[in-house]
Design a protein around this ligand. Structure first.
Ligand code: ADP
Ligand code: MG
Length: 353
């Protein structure tokens, strides 16, 4: 177990790092952020910051020597940066989970190896591949870049009207997969945590609504039946154990109108759809992650309230300051841009089920 007073290094200084940096000192740890941006959201909270590139090996080495364990808040970190950190300290979640989540093809193969259902997909790296794939899967489909996608970025909806040059342009971003478009009933996510010794604790599944590929709201409890909720947690448990995972993991799922559970993707980190835990649980996903990576016992994950979490995007931040009936969590971002996550609000009510 990491003794109190030790330092947790966090790669990336966005809002997730900021909220980890709020949770860590509560249970006795310092935080040290590594980010390229001197004004990152986490920088005004963390004990210490290193400002630099994820390609600066010497600086990464220096950072690694100043911390006692490392974690990260986004999955698109260069592998070379991870390798540099690992020369000095352990990094959690471990590399296997990171590698799988960085590549949609690896991710889908991993799910299928575990006998979990995914949408139909084809690997596409040229227009010829695409033509064969779309004949099989048919429109509507979604062409997704294999790497570096988030918040719906790197995705092209393919309809009957999509032009050849749109597809060719999209393929310039690198290898893609074509996924058949699933007309799902609901989207759920399970936020689950595991320690190195194999203890696993899940939060209740949240029901997510996305707008333009960006999470809009998460609601707990979901209206999906209890047996499906339990199955969703079992699937997340299967995934987290198969990865021998340490930390908090986000598992995104689609529920079909027949009640089938289709696994969409995993995120090896705290997750936007777990922000409700800040006001719905005694121990939130951020503290749970810090507990898991520092070898502390996990919190019980029990939900004490119903919560609807709403993301504050772009200019909506200006109105959010007038809100008096929800818990506001702002990220301290200076530039307001359309669709940029500026904060979130947790609306809390008495537990209904
Ligand atoms: P990201 O890495 O950007 O989160 P996702 O694969 O989770 O990528 O896609 C973002 C959102 O787009 C999903 O949460 C879902 O609402 C929608 N989506 C993704 N894939 C499909 C699909 N095959 N069918 C229908 N909707 C999808
Ligand atoms: Mg997603």
């Amino acid at each position: 177990m990491l003794e109190k007073g030790k330092t947790i290094g966090i790669l990336g200084g966005g809002q997730l790092a900021r909220m980890l940096a709020v949770a860590a000192p509560r249970i006795g740890y310092r935080t040290h952020i590594y980010d390229q941006d001197p004004d990152s959201p986490a920088s005004e909270i963390a004990s210490c910051c290193t400002i630099g590139s994820f390609h600066d090996k010497a600086l990464l080495q220096k950072f690694a020597k100043s911390i006692d364990v490392a974690t990260y808040e986004f999955e698109n970190i260069p592998n070379s940066a991870i390798a540099e950190i690992e020369k000095n300290v352990q990094i959690f979640p471990k590399k296997n989970a990171l590698a799988i989540s960085q590549d949609r093809i690896q991710e889908k193969k991993f799910f299928r190896k575990l006998n979990l259902k995914t949408v139909e997909y084809e690997i596409v790296s040229s227009f010829e591949n695409f033509s064969t794939a779309i004949t099989k899967l048919k429109a509507p489909s979604i062409l997704k870049t294999c790497r570096d996608g988030y918040d719906g970025k790197g995705q092209l909806l393919i309809t009957k009207d999509t032009k050849k040059d749109e597809v060719e342009n999209h393929l310039l971003n690198g290898p893609c997969i074509l996924e058949s478009f699933l007309n799902f009933e609901k989207e759920l996510s399970v936020i689950i945590a595991r320690t190195e010794s194999g203890d696993v604790v899940s939060f209740d599944p949240g029901e997510n609504i996305h707008k333009s590929g960006i999470l809009h709201t998460t609601t707990v409890p979901t209206k999906i039946s209890k047996p499906i909720q339990i199955d969703a947690i079992i699937i997340a448990g299967k995934i987290i154990n198969a990865l021998n995972y340490v930390g908090v993991l986000g598992v995104e799922l689609f529920i079909t109108f027949n009640g089938e559970i289709i696994v969409n993707e995993i995120a090896p980190r705290v997750h936007n759809s777990g922000h409700w835990t800040q006001n719905g649980c005694v121990i939130d996903q951020f503290e749970q992650h810090i507990r898991a990576i520092s070898g502390r016992r996990l919190g019980d994950g029990e939900r004490h309230s119903d919560v609807t979490m709403i993301n504050i995007l772009g200019e909506a931040i200006n109105d959010s300051l007038n809100i008096t009936d929800g818990a506001i969590h702002l990220y301290g971002k200076k530039d307001i841009r359309d669709g940029r996550k500026m904060g979130h609000i947790n609306y809390v009510s008495q537990k209904s089920s």
